[in-house]
Design a protein around this ligand. Structure first.
Ligand SMILES: NC(=O)c1ccc[n+]([C@@H]2O[C@H](COP(=O)([O-])OP(=O)(O)OC[C@H]3O[C@@H](n4cnc5c(N)ncnc54)[C@H](OP(=O)(O)O)[C@@H]3O)[C@@H](O)[C@H]2O)c1
Length: 493
């Protein structure tokens, strides 16, 4: 890594293509660039839409209209629309197609001439996504984005956002090492991405030939994803398809400067543009929502474990600094873990304590206007204790209800089906999330630390503006005064 120059100057001289522009991290990236460097050359924002007008409509309603952009609106007032029309080009496209599905040949030529940086954020992030969909977006979609980048005459750098969980359920210190094509987590040597694609196509053909309903095909494709992921040692379809995406990029990049960013669990903004902005219910937040609403009274997990979280604005700052640091450096192939488990670890028990204290002081008011009183939760620390808990509290009562329902001529049929569906859902969620709840790994961030140091040491760099050091976070203050209030404001419905 050479000396970093001015980040703002770099941005002033760059046109950036962002995929997945309606996403959580993309919004924070777009806002940051427009706020700190309104003289950026151009932002080409790829969105799924029928045409560029619908793409612009999506940009206005799903991106700019968000509260996240209020600071930018205050800064520019009525001039914001001028800035947007000059600097932003919403592009209708889809990463599952060649040329990213961009149809207008003039626009394609323009992008290939102008784009300096590609930031690839588009993904499907459902853990149990259909295998055909996950493979098309997270694996082969990454290849389409790389192929597009290769056609950009003056490309300086390609930044791909992956996830720290591509490393599976490894224990101990997990290094920032790239994947080789065909590598697996359990040593099986047969992973062949083309063969996976063929398997998907043939399975779909067979299911259609048997006249399966859309719902049955969806469910078969979801099961196939989990089955293939586990065959090679990954816990779910999402991380497996993201790992294969990384493999393709590493293998096919040739002389493209490639940076792979692997964030851990991304939480609400720490500081930028204001603390506590978040969107959508993400992994640990779904627990907080369930707990605050009084629906969760027990947690499953290892009380001794470290939960690796990182605020979203720090992920975006790391992306920007890495972009500048690796521009025009074709020989490096670099991975950055963006997390906190090594530099500033958060203990599982702290989160329990913060949630208890927060919701005791600020109880959620339910739809009848009554405050929900939360208690200390029971922590089930092994899968066995969870099985026992489920058997005593749900599975045995369900069996009893089944017998009663049969003897009472299906009188309790609705109640029985409802309870049975809920128990099945919980068991499926535990099957999917279980590996994370008992996870004992922590993510080495040596490369990230070097990047932080390089940013500090370069006199000309706007170090504070692009902070991504979790050591600068007081976690208690962050969770009690920023993150939990943020999810209450933006996520609780
Ligand atoms: N947020 C986290 O906790 C986290 C943690 C680690 C890693 N990551 C990674 O960071 C990246 C961004 O995550 P996020 O949370 O911001 O994601 P997100 O909010 O789920 O957004 C994903 C974006 O991808 C777009 N997309 C999906 N399929 C597409 C396709 N075929 N063509 C074009 N666009 C498509 C979606 O568009 P539509 O609006 O059309 O659906 C959406 O804009 C992902 O690569 C994810 O794997 C996220």
């Amino acid at each position: 890594m050479d000396q970093l120059g001015s980040i703002l100057e770099f941005l002033e001289n760059s046109s950036i293509l962002v995929t997945g522009a309606t996403g959580f991290l993309a919004k924070i990236f777009i806002e940051k660039i427009l706020r700190v460097q309104p003289d950026v050359k151009k932002l080409y924002l790829l969105l799924r839409a029928a045409d560029d007008n619908s793409a612009m409509l999506r940009f206005n309603t799903e991106v700019i209209a968000k509260d996240l952009f209020r600071v930018l609106k205050e800064k520019h007032g009525g001039n914001l629309s001028c800035l947007l029309s000059e600097k932003v080009r919403a592009v209708a496209g889809d990463i599952t197609s060649e040329n990213l599905g961009v149809k207008d040949p003039d626009l394609l030529q323009e992008m290939w001439k102008q784009v300096d940086v590609v930031l690839h954020l588009a993904a499907t992030t459902k853990f149990d996504e259909r295998y055909d969909v996950a493979l098309a977006i997270n694996t082969l979609g990454a290849r389409h984005v790389l192929n597009f980048s290769k056609k950009c005459d003056k490309l300086k750098v390609f930044v791909h956002v992956s996830t720290a969980y591509v490393s599976g359920e490894k224990e101990g210190l997990i290094l920032e090492t790239p994947y080789k094509l065909g590598e697996t987590l359990n040593g099986t040597s047969e992973l062949d991405i083309d063969a996976e694609k063929k398997l998907v196509d043939e399975t779909l053909k067979q299911l259609s030939a048997k006249n399966y309903s859309e719902d049955s095909i969806k469910s078969a494709m979801k099961d196939l994803g989990i089955q293939r992921a586990r065959k090679y040692g990954w816990p779910n379809t999402y991380v497996f398809s993201k790992a294969m995406g990384e493999m393709l990029l590493g293998h096919l990049k040739q002389n493209i400067p490639l940076v792979i960013i692997r964030p851990t669990i991304v939480t609400s903004t720490f500081k930028d543009p204001f603390p506590g902005w978040v969107e959508g219910v993400r992994t640990i937040d779904s627990l907080a929502v369930g707990y605050g609403k009084g629906k969760i009274t027990c947690f499953l997990g290892n009380p001794q474990s470290i939960i690796d979280v990182i605020p979203a604005d720090m992920v975006v700052n790391a992306i920007i600094v890495a972009m500048v640091a690796h521009a025009n450096q074709p020989n490096e192939d670099i991975i950055y873990h963006i997390g906190s488990s090594v530099s500033s670890p958060v203990e599982f028990t702290w989160l329990q304590d913060y949630a208890f204290r927060y919701f005791t002081n600020h109880p959620y008011i339910d739809k009848h206007g009554k405050p929900v009183i939360v208690g200390k939760v029971t922590v089930l620390s092994t899968m066995e204790s969870f099985q026992r808990y489920m058997t005593i509290h749900y599975i045995l009562p369900l069996k009893g209800l089944e017998i009663l329902n049969t003897t009472c001529c299906q009188y309790f049929q609705r109640l029985y089906l409802d309870l049975s569906r809920k128990v099945k859902l919980v068991m499926r969620l535990i099957d999917l999330y279980g590996p994370y709840l008992f996870f004992n790994g922590y993510y080495d961030d040596m490369n990230t630390e070097k990047l932080r140091r390089a940013a500090k040491e370069s006199g000309s760099v706007e170090d504070d503006m692009f902070n991504f050091d979790p050591k600068s976070i007081n976690w208690e203050d962050y969770f009690m005064n920023t993150h939990i209030p943020g999810i209450v404001k933006y996520v609780f419905k």
